[in-house]
Structures are given as C-alpha cells and as structure tokens.
Design a protein around this ligand. Structure first.
Ligand code: FAD
Length: 407
C-alpha cells in the first residue's frame, strides 16, 4: 500500500515534520494518509543516546527550541513537561542541551501515542535505508541493507543528519572526534593529558571551542599551560546588537550584520560557552589553551588530535526505475536543497517528491550561510516541506471524497 511519506532518520530534525504539520493544522492528513519514520538505530535506547546528549550549553536560546510547538494540538501535553517548563523559563538565554533531549523525548512520546490510532503510521527501527528507487509511477521504494523493501511512498524526507568530517593524520597521532568528546566519551584522553601530551583541536567552529570548554571543565586542574591548541582561522563572534559588539571593541563588517535584526554574525558567530572560551584566550586570562592561526602547521608525533571540522551529509543513494543512479548535487560534502527544501539532482533540477531536513541538508541562505538549528528544522524548513507534501496528498483526499459522495 502506498503511503504518503517516509522520513529516513528519526533524529531531532525529523520531529520537525509532525511539529510543523500540527502547527499548520494538517497533521491529520499526514496521519491518515501515512507517515512512516525509518531509523538505523536498533532500539529506543540508542535513539535516545544519539540525541543532543552533549556536555555543553546550547548555542541557541531556550525560546528557539519551543517556539515551533503549537500549544493546542498533538503536542499540547509537552507544554506541561518539566523539560519544556525549564527551557521556557530561560527565555532568551542558552540552556543545557540535556534539557533539549528531554523535550525531544517528550515530543516523540506524544507523537507515538497519537500515531497508534493510525494504521498507516509507524516508526521502523533497526532499518538502515541503503537506497531508494523511484518507480515509473513516481513513487519511491526504500530498501534495507539486505535488499528488502521497507516502504513505498509518494514522498521521501531525508533526515539522516551528518557525519563528522575527518582528515588523514599520521598513525602515531591518536585521533578523536569532537562529537565523542562533547558527549563525554573521552577514551584514553585522561592518560594522554597526564602524560603531558598536547591536545590539538582542528577547527575553530562552535564545536572546536566547545571541545576546549569540555576539556577545561573536566580536566582543568591537570592541564598545563599551552597544553591545548585550537587550530582556527577567522573565528567570528556573535553579538545581539551592533552596540554590544562595539562595546566589546569587536571589529565587524556590514556583511556580518543580519539585515532583519542587526545581530552580528547571527549564524556563524561563536556564542555562549564557546565564545567565553575564545574571549578568555585572546584576553590572556586562559593560558592552558592557545590559538594556532596556521591550521596546517606541522604537528608533533606526540600530539593527540581532536577533529572538529564540521559535518557532511549521511547520504542515501537514489536510483531511477531502470536501476540507474540519480546523482545528487553536493557542495562541501553536503547534499544541496532548493529554497523549498527539495533535494537537488546533480543538474540542479529538484528531485520531485524528495526533501531534505536537518543537519545534513541545511539550505544556504542569500548570504551563503547554512541555516542550522532546531528552530529552522522545526520551523521554516519543515513547514515548507509539509506544504509541498500536502500537494501530494490533496488529490487523494479529493478523489476519496468524490468516491464517498458517489457512494
Ligand atoms: C555539538 C553540537 C551542538 C549543537 N547545538 C545545537 C544547539 O544548541 N541548537 C540547535 O538548534 N542545534 C544544535 N546543533 C545542531 C542540530 O540541531 C543537531 O545536530 C541535531 O542533532 C541534528 O538532528 P538531525 O536529525 O538532523 O541529525 P541526527 O541527530 O544525526 O539524526 C539523524 C538520524 O538519522 C538516522 N540515519 C542516518 N542515516 C540513515 C539511513 N541511511 N537509514 C536510516 N536511518 C538513518 C540516524 O540513525 C539518526 O538517528 C548542534 C549540533 C552539534 C553537533
């Protein structure tokens, strides 16, 4: 039976689809005509662990995580949850990301409860979508690793997230990924620190400075002066207003200003704990960490390297009805989407009925910056997708009502 939509990935971004559909008043259509989530994690515990269990405060404000939830619909009960209440109380301040995980779990539970009443809705765990094949009638069939079909739907939403980028390093240098360190998976880091080995963080993004923040908090008194280096170029800082930036003697250009709000470096500027770490280093208050401007400077055989180099899309290959690959357009390791969040083919044309949502598919705005954040994934981005999906559903609804009328 062909359902309306399958969402590949049941991570934080995927919840944006039902959250937005609820806000737009069309979640019933999705429920009735079929909404299926497929995730490679084999159980709920693994889904839970993979969420935002980072030892850092959010880089977005509390309000960003809750502003998309419609208070009188499917997720109304979430407004009573402790996670929601605590986040709401923070208003325009950052919140611990563990709270956000609590909120996401609550949204997920409310969704699962509602979906129980609809036979064409389900979450299928333990299924990695190996590829998706477009049929002659325009529908899509997803296949698992064993080549077995998972679902046939009119639309596909790819919400597979991103895998961390890495660089080849010499075999003598242990390499850790920022994602692991930020989750508190330190491996042998404590021993290496005690041995006095230098920790070189490659990448001066939010993740890079956040790694330094976590190291300082967890191993602070064991770290010697200049034991941690951040290899970073052009670090930008976020300010709520031009006035704040000027008061801090921060040098910015017109292009750094977000035209609607006049915030400085709204999307690509360090904020919160990551910004505090940067400020204390450049002001000479933090001597255990230093900045290495030349990111490609040689490293010693003894260094421990942490990669914080950003993310690339966890890709899902597409094929046409003849089994030939449908190549997708990519930029910097990310699959490109249109301004309507449709996935683009290599030739630039949208792949009709296929959408991208979340970390691996963040659209680039007019200023060339990627819009990453749950406020987008549960806000504008998901809303655009839901509106398009509705187009695929309308015809079926109309034809059904006309059949009903004839009967
Ligand atoms: C350190 C860090 C801090 C962040 N802080 C913030 C913040 O403060 N505020 C904010 O708004 N955002 C933040 N983000 C950005 C973003 O909100 C998170 O990264 C978020 O987890 C992205 O969700 P996602 O669903 O796109 O991806 P993921 O969390 O990666 O979920 C993708 C899911 O897809 C599944 N999957 C992948 N491939 C397949 C396949 N082929 N078949 C089936 N299933 C598949 C995976 O198992 C996974 O469950 C942060 C990101 C990081 C890394």
């Amino acid at each position: 039976m062909t359902s309306l939509v399958q969402v590949v990935g049941f991570g934080p971004a995927s919840l944006g689809l039902p959250v937005s559909a609820d806000r737009l008043g069309i979640i019933e259509t999705l429920f009735r005509q079929g909404m299926l989530f497929v995730d490679s994690h084999s159980c709920w515990e693994h889904i839970e662990e993979s969420r935002l269990h980072y030892l850092i405060p959010s880089n977005s404000i509390g309000a960003d995580f809750i502003c998309g939830i419609y208070p009188f619909g499917t997720f109304a009960a979430s407004l009573q949850s402790p996670a929601y209440t605590r986040i709401a109380a923070q208003g325009r301040e950052p919140v611990p990301l563990q709270w956000v995980t609590g909120l996401l779990r609550n949204l997920q539970d409310n969704l699962l409860q509602r979906m129980q009443n609809y036979p064409r809705c389900a979450v299928r765990l333990g299924k990695r979508v190996r590829n998706v094949c477009q049929q002659r009638d325009g529908t899509f069939i997803s296949f698992d690793d064993g080549g077995e079909p998972i679902a046939q739907t009119k639309c596909v939403v790819l919400a597979t997230g991103g895998a961390e980028k890495t660089l080849p390093e010499r075999s003598t240098n242990p390499v850790l990924l920022s994602n692991a360190v930020l989750r508190g998976h330190f491996g042998d880091l404590e021993n290496w620190i005690n041995e006095g080995r230098r920790i070189l963080i490659r990448g001066g993004s939010h993740s890079g400075y956040s790694v330094a923040y976590v190291l300082l908090r967890h191993f602070g008194n064991r770290l010697a002066a200049r034991q941690v280096a951040i290899a970073a170029r052009n670090t930008k800082l976020y300010y709520r207003s031009m006035l704040d930036a000027c008061a801090d003697n921060y040098c910015f250009q017109g292009l750094d200003l977000y035209p609607e709000t006049f915030e400085v470096n709204k999307f690509n500027g360090l904020r919160g704990a990551a910004k505090d770490v940067h400020q204390s280093i450049v002001r000479g208050k933090e001597i255990r960490v230093y900045l290495q401007a030349n990111a490609s400077a040689p490293i010693s055989a003894n260094d421990v390297v942490v990669h914080a180099l950003g993310y690339r899309t966890r890709e899902v290959p597409f094929m046409n009805a003849e089994g030939a690959p449908i190549p997708l357009r990519k930029q910097g390791g990310m699959v490109c989407v249109s301004s309507h969040s449709e996935v683009l083919q290599e030739n630039g044309a949208p792949l009709k009925g296929v959408f991208g949502l979340g970390l691996g598919y963040a659209p680039v705005d007019a200023r060339g910056e990627r819009q990453v954040g749950l406020n987008f994934f549960h806000g504008d981005h998901a809303e655009r997708i839901v509106r398009r999906i509705q187009d695929f559903a309308v015809h079926e609804d109309l034809s059904r009502s006309s059949i009903d009328a004839r009967i």
